[in-house]
Design a protein around this ligand. Structure first.
Ligand code: GUN
Length: 280
């Protein structure tokens, strides 16, 4: 029987720490951290994320602004808003919710946000800093995974870590953070041969491919730590991870549930990055 890593509880613990730090900073006459969130169009999933980001800000005492722009917004209009927010002293973090409507260029947006306000850690400058292990901002999902491991007392140093998925947002930075924590890291992807065999070597397995219930008991070593980054919607509308929880849980030593594992940590790490930005 695995220990369930409770992302909701760990997230609440970290948010309470952020809130206390904000209160201390305000009491000392320092600035209130401010986050601006931009959403273009009406994608329902993105609207939920943005709402939760605003709620997260309120919970820890941050100042926040949400810009809901119509789907037809032009690149120049979006750029002008980013320029305005880059110059705004009340705003320490800027996040433009992705994906953007097809006519807008995500790379242009990522490059335009001031790297000092890039609380997603998507700007190439911050990506480069992560690569060399000298970072201010941690990418939110991988940072959430590291915080879950740390707060569950799971040592990474010397462990075989297998990350499945190589996206710029999760897989690649996740591999870097595990490497910085002295794990021995393997990154797998759609062209990996003998995937199950590689996964069975893992002391720590991070599943981030976006395929519901893909990882079965045959892909997990007895006693492994299993971190499920997947967030997939089943045909019946239920949220499910990349890991077949019922099969894998009896074999694992620790496992994250979906929902309630990595998911709640992502916004908490965004709040942490915003606090960091406000101190600079
Ligand atoms: N869309 C889904 N996840 C994210 C995220 O972490 N940041 C941004 N900006 N957009 C997203």
């Amino acid at each position: 029987m695995a220990k369930i890593i409770d992302g909701k509880a760990i997230s609440a613990e970290i948010r309470a720490e952020i809130k206390a730090e904000v209160e201390q900073r305000i009491a000392r006459g320092e600035c209130r951290p401010g986050l601006a969130v931009i959403i273009v169009g009406e994608d329902p999933a993105s609207q939920v994320y943005v709402r939760n980001k605003k709620k997260g800000c309120e919970e820890v005492g941050f100042y926040s602004e949400v810009y809901e722009l119509p789907a037809e917004t032009k690149q120049e209009e979006l750029n002008a808003l980013i320029d305005k927010l880059n110059a705004d002293n009340k705003i320490h973090g800027i996040l433009c919710q992705l994906p953007l409507p097809k006519h807008l260029d995500e790379n242009e947006v990522i490059l335009r946000i001031d790297s000092k306000k890039d609380v997603d850690a998507f700007h190439p400058y911050n990506v480069g800093k992560i690569m060399i292990g000298d970072y201010d901002f941690l990418p939110c999902t991988p940072a959430g995974v590291m915080a879950l491991l740390e707060r569950s007392g799971i040592e990474v140093a010397g462990k075989e870590c297998v990350v499945v998925g190589r996206s710029n947002i999760v897989g690649k930075p996740q591999a870097m953070l595990l490497l910085h924590a002295n794990g021995t890291v393997t990154v797998c992807h759609s062209r990996t041969k003998n995937l199950a065999e590689v996964c069975r070597r893992a002391d720590i397995l991070v599943a981030a491919i976006g395929k519901a219930d893909f990882f079965g008991a045959d892909m997990v070593k007895e006693g492994a730590v299993v971190i499920d980054v997947g967030m997939n919607r089943r045909a019946d509308g239920k949220l499910t991870g990349d890991v077949n929880f019922a099969e894998v849980e009896p074999k694992a030593s620790y496992i994250t549930p979906v929902p309630g594992g990595v998911g709640p940590m992502t916004i908490t790490m965004l709040l942490k990055n915003t606090l960091t930005a406000s101190k600079k």
